[in-house]
Design a binder for this molecule. Structure first.
Ligand code: NIG
Ligand code: FE
Length: 394
């Protein structure tokens, strides 16, 4: 195997508490040795060992690749008119999910696969190296299985979200759809998924109530799936406390939380995943990340990339919004978008840089420090780390 010494790292973000500075475990003037596709050595450039090849990143920062722990990439169609209407005051209610479902059903497997591939490629181009992908625009047994099969071609973090909304043909009999989600649809989907998720939202007539969500998630757990939950997005609701009660790894959105919700989260292993692109794209109030962090809640950041509430997969944008709008420091935001989201996926092989980390899980910044992610909003300064060619400075 060929080893490569990577020099010129102005700042290395490790997320390893045993390393040098702060929450992010940063090292200045650092070097890395890659042995094949693994990190074999980390340390000050002055102490770097020799290697077969050398690559100089020219004073840039290297950090763990972003972990986007919440996305809905398996869809076709366009809802930009719905977005435009929202910007002039029409509130989001989840009704557009059925529109995307129609458009998704209309395309072939190859067309859908190509759409997902292009979206994953866009993510990598902005530094995301791990992605969770949900189903949820199928809403029949066959279409949910199809979505999960295609998602599984791109990630091992696949999430069964048959309980995204009650589809139009079941609106007269919600109980039958809930039964299907926790029964035959779950049976068919469980082999293709690691996770189960439910859109638990009393403020949407299309989404699921607490009792319905509990029934579906409990069935998912019995089938060996791990739990995540969409909760507290459109108003105060039962999602966060239900997630804690059921031992979910994450409750996502958390836009509206009570003191009791925060207490419950703080005393649990459930991560609060914040999705500030959603508040941006639905003109909603941002969650109070400061309050969560100060209470001791584990916080993650993710994009929620989807055609309805946030058609952006830019993790640098999420970091910038978290800092500008949610009271997080740049350090906290970068930690939440890497180590925090890795924790929400119960992964310890991503979201940090240690000896043994795969080179596929590193990101390179066209900037001297992670702080530029918030300081230079909208600029494409992050990308997946690569060693193709000997010179990384181009
Ligand atoms: O996470 N809230 C539910 N699901 C998505 C939106 C899906 C859509 O509108 O297409 C979300 O915001
Ligand atoms: Fe979502």
């Amino acid at each position: 195997m060929t080893s490569t010494l990577v020099t010129g790292i102005a700042e290395l973000v490790t997320n390893d508490p045993a390393r040098e500075h702060g929450l992010l475990g940063t090292l200045d003037d650092a070097a890395l040795v890659l042995d094949g596709d693994r990190v074999a050595w980390i340390g000050p450039a002055a102490d770097a060992p020799d290697a077969d090849d050398r690559a100089d990143v020219g004073g840039r920062a290297v950090m763990p690749g972003f972990v986007d722990s919440h996305s809905h990439l398996v869809f076709a169609g366009d809802r930009s008119a719905e977005f435009a209407a929202r910007m002039t005051g029409t509130p989001y209610d989840g009704g557009g999910i059925a529109v995307t479902r129609e458009a998704t059903q209309a395309v072939s497997d190859d067309q859908l696969r190509a759409l997902v591939a292009a979206r994953v490629q866009e993510m990598a181009a902005l530094g995301t190296t791990t992605v969770e992908i949900k189903s949820g625009y199928g809403l029949t047994v066959d279409e949910e299985v199809r979505a999960l099969r295609i998602a599984g071609e791109f990630t091992s973090e696949t999430t069964y979200l048959g309980a995204h909304v009650v589809p139009p043909e079941h609106r007269g009999d919600r109980a039958a759809y809930v039964e299907l989600c926790g029964g035959a649809m779950l049976e068919a989907c469980a082999p293709h998924a690691r996770w189960i998720d439910v859109f638990c939202e009393p403020h949407s007539e299309f989404a699921f109530r607490e009792d319905e969500a509990r029934q579906i998630l409990t069935a998912g757990k019995e089938h060996g799936l791990l739990l995540r939950l969409h909760g507290n997005q459109l108003g105060h609701g039962p999602g966060a406390q239900l997630a804690v009660e059921l031992g979910a790894a994450s409750v996502d959105h958390c836009t509206y939380l009570s003191d009791a919700d925060i207490d419950a989260l703080a005393g649990s292993d459930t991560v609060a995943t914040l999705l500030p692109g959603v508040e941006f794209s639905t003109r909603s109030p941002y969650p109070d990340a400061r309050r969560l962090i100060d209470a001791g809640v584990a916080v993650a950041l993710a994009s929620d990339c989807n055609p309805g509430t946030c058609y952006s997969s830019s993790m640098p944008l999420m970091v910038a919004l978290a800092v500008r709008e949610m009271g997080m420091t740049p350090e906290e935001a970068v930690h939440a978008a890497t180590a925090g989201s890795a924790r929400s996926l119960r992964r310890d092989d991503v979201g940090a840089i240690r000896v043994g980390t795969s080179a596929d899980h590193l990101a390179l910044l066209n900037a001297p420090t992670y702080r530029h992610l918030a300081y230079r909003p909208g600029m494409p300064i992050a990308t997946k780390f690569h060693t193709e060619g000997s010179d990384l400075t181009h």
